[in-house]
Design a protein around this ligand. Structure first.
Ligand code: TYD
Length: 138
């Protein structure tokens, strides 16, 4: 069986290069393996801040460094992977049941997230031990 973390990957988004400025677009179900229900973004992140620190039960997400850079640590309880995001044409696909932590934000960075569902607190694991235990029960 494929472990969840092996399904997480960097997606190379379409890029229309143009001397007037480049353009990238994302179509739900086409460039990302889910339909997009929600968009949110992190900005004005103070130096040294950490975000994330949770897992989702059913949510699929694509994380993009729209501006600047930051690191994303993914952990499915069996393995960990760290990604450094610093291009607005790369998206990190994160499938359900992945604990994630975001840190090392550069000044002025903007983290855009596309999500497969609206916000539901009941979809979160906010306690790491509870996340690991639920994973072991499956
Ligand atoms: P959270 O997902 O914990 O942020 P992060 O993973 O970036 O550290 O969300 C922080 C707060 O914002 C929390 O109180 C829930 C709220 N929130 C919404 O109301 N809607 C949303 O779409 C998101 C992502 C968060």
């Amino acid at each position: 069986m494929t472990s969840p973390i092996e399904k997480c990957r960097l997606i190379d988004l379409p890029k229309i290069t143009d001397p007037r400025g480049n353009l990238t677009f994302i179509e739900g179900g086409n460039h990302v393996p889910f339909d997009i229900s929600r968009v949110y973004y992190l900005y004005d992140v103070p130096g040294g801040s950490e975000r994330g620190g949770h897992a989702h039960k059913g949510l699929h997400q694509l994380i993009i460094a729209m501006s600047g850079s930051f690191d994303v640590l993914l952990d499915d309880g069996a393995g960990k992977r760290r990604f450094h995001l610093n291009r607005s044409y790369y998206g990190l696909y994160v499938c359900p049941m992945i604990w994630r932590e975001l840190d090392n934000f550069s000044s002025g960075s903007v983290c855009l997230v596309l999500a497969s569902n609206i916000y539901e607190e009941s979809d979160y694991y906010r306690d790491y031990n509870e996340f690991i235990e639920s994973r072991e029960r499956k």
